[in-house]
Design a protein around this ligand. Structure first.
Ligand code: 4LI
Ligand code: NI
Length: 185
């Protein structure tokens, strides 16, 4: 089981590296790792597990956050419209995105960041992601709002990008041009 002490924190250079593609079909080892990552995200939302293991709640986790520099991520959440998303993804890639942007009004948090970084993180309002699932299925996901934000945050980790890299230094709460805030959960 993945616990909080295995989560790599900011300052570790692995979080700034660009990750390697996973060779497909995925090895049993990579599948095991990704399924552990997905289980961690689920556990982090389970009151009993949170209490027992002092987990910090999150909706996504990328492999570099557990010290593995490979293109894999796990997400598990329900959006504002009660649509649920639960995926372990290999080699996710943003195929296209909207011009329009969105953002979480309360800013973003990250399991690798133990401090509050105030400010708006501009994200594309809609994205299309291609990936291979934990089950080995090729999928094309069309995402908007909160789901699009979460996937962009996690895919950024695969490219060594942290959410606060996107915050406007001069005016952290200035909404980006062409944007509407996302509905939060
Ligand atoms: C408990 C049980 C207020 C502050 C509102 C909590 C179950 C922030 C929001 C959760 C904020 C669950 C979240 C992310 C933010 C803030 C992530 C609570 C877990 C809300 C997820 C990856 C950014 C994702 C909306 C600094 C660890 N998650 N809140 N951002 N939730 N959660 N991110 N922003 N301000 N981060 O953090 O998993 S994308 Cl589900
Ligand atoms: Ni993060």
């Amino acid at each position: 089981m993945i616990a909080m002490d295995q989560i790599i924190r900011e300052g570790d250079p692995i979080l700034r590296q660009k990750t390697e593609k996973v060779e497909l079909p995925a090895s049993e080892e990579d599948k095991e790792t990704l399924s552990e990552m997905l289980q961690f995200v689920k556990n982090s939302q389970d009151d009993e597990m949170v209490k027992k293991y002092q987990l910090r709640p999150g909706v996504g986790l990328a492999a570099p956050q557990i010290g593995i520099s490979k293109r894999m991520l796990a997400v598990h959440f329900t959006d504002f419209h009660d649509k649920s998303y639960s995926y372990g993804l290999f080699n996710p890639k943003i195929l296209s995105h909207s011009v329009e942007k969105t953002y979480l009004q309360n800013g973003e948090g990250c399991l690798s960041v133990d401090r509050d970084v105030p400010g708006i993180v501009p994200r594309y309002a809609r994205i299309t992601v291609k990936a291979t699932t934990l089950e080995g299925e090729e999928v094309k996901l069309r995402l908007k709002g909160y789901a699009a934000i979460v996937l962009q945050h996690e895919i950024d980790h695969l490219d060594g990008v942290m959410f606060y890299d996107h915050i406007n230094q001069d005016n952290p709460f200035q909404p980006p041009e062409n944007s509407t805030p996302a509905e939060e959960m």
